[in-house]
Ligand binder design. Structure first.
Ligand code: TRP
Ligand code: CA
Ligand code: ZN
Length: 321
């Protein structure tokens, strides 16, 4: 007896759904789709944390060779920018360096566009690349800078063909009051602001006594990161340590949806937080915050790895639809 046509259609639809899930990395084995499937979203890659820590070692060397910091207006900042830019150029990004002046010194933002995708729907990830003058700024914010760099390089390795346009940014002079990111947002025409679907910010994501904080500014973006951490079985908390104290603030003020991750700075880990995340209660998330000891020893590689992978999960998911 021939199959009922409705049942055939249902069966095909189910197979297509399964194929979609496989592509999203949530199932391990399934039959091939019986009909040409719509182009399925590629699964987000596992970002190799060794590559991220290799970038951090480079930032450390740059600071050491330049008076111990990578601060705005100092040679260590420009050297950091040159390092990141060279990697992106070699990987096929379209990069641009945007100059501004702050405190009588020249500052620079680095913008890197991945060719392709709908430029009316831009998904952006950013991190500040400057340190304070007191130290090399490896957790604050080599961590975010290195993680988005490695994510950009992963986009290139995958030769990703996202539906939306992907843009990465490394900001100058965040430590002077989000000067670079504000300059960038102010430079956008009103029409260009509305083309940015999402801005994701990563400022301190490898704290040595880490917490797992998610920005709650936009519910949809918050949900993506929560989903990722739920998948790892790790509870998150809402980021509250100085809301608006990083480069997402100018974007949010301009009406752009923002999200991000944070592993903690000056605040002290509570007993309840140590219970769920490990680490040391009664100790700051980052005891070397804004200090000379914010070196490569001041990073928790597990937190850095999880956050780098969470960024990939968010970017691949957001850019695909
Ligand atoms: N670079 C930020 C600063 O110096 C670090 C920071 C503190 C932060 N609190 C934050 C980053 C909350 C994101 C969210 O202020
Ligand atoms: Ca990883
Ligand atoms: Zn800082």
């Amino acid at each position: 007896m021939p199959l009922h046509p409705t049942r055939v259609r249902l069966a095909s639809a189910a197979l297509l759904t399964v194929a979609g899930l496989v592509a999203a990395g949530t199932a391990s084995a399934a039959p091939a789709p019986v009909a040409p499937a719509p182009v399925a979203a590629a699964a987000a890659p596992d970002i190799p944390v060794a590559n991220v820590t290799a970038h951090l070692a480079q930032f450390q060397s740059i600071a050491t060779a330049n008076g111990g910091n990578r601060a705005h207006g100092r040679p260590g900042y420009k050297a950091s920018l040159d390092y990141v830019k060279a990697k992106l150029d070699a990987a096929g990004f379209t990069t641009s360096v945007r100059q501004f002046t702050s405190g009588g010194r020249t500052g620079y933002n680095l913008i890197a566009d991945w060719p392709g995708g709908d430029e009316n729907q831009v998904v952006m990830a950013g991190a500040h690349l400057d340190s304070v003058t007191a130290g090399p700024g490896i957790n604050d914010n080599g961590s975010g800078s290195a993680a988005i760099l490695e994510n950009a390089l992963a986009v290139s390795r995958a030769q990703l063909k996202p539906a939306k346009h992907l843009r990465f940014a490394w900001w100058g002079a965040e430590e002077l009051g989000m000067v670079g990111s504000r300059n960038y947002v102010n430079s956008l025409a009103t029409g260009d602001r509305s083309k940015i679907d999402a801005y994701l910010n990563f400022d301190m994501i490898g704290s040595p006594n880490p917490g797992y904080f998610v920005y709650d500014d936009d519910p949809a973006l918050e949900k993506i990161f929560q989903e990722y951490y739920t998948g790892l079985g790790i509870p998150t908390e809402i980021e509250t340590e100085g809301d608006g104290r990083s480069d997402h603030a100018p974007f949010k003020s301009a009406g752009i949806p923002v999200g991000g991750l944070f592993s903690g700075a000056d605040y002290t880990k509570t007993a309840a937080q140590a219970q769920k995340w490990g680490g040391t209660a009664g100790k700051r998330f980052d005891p070397c915050y804004h200090s000379s000891c914010d070196t490569t020893s001041n990073v928790n590689p597990t937190a850095l790895d999880r956050n780098a992978d969470a960024i990939a999960y968010a970017l691949w998911g957001l850019a695909a639809q």
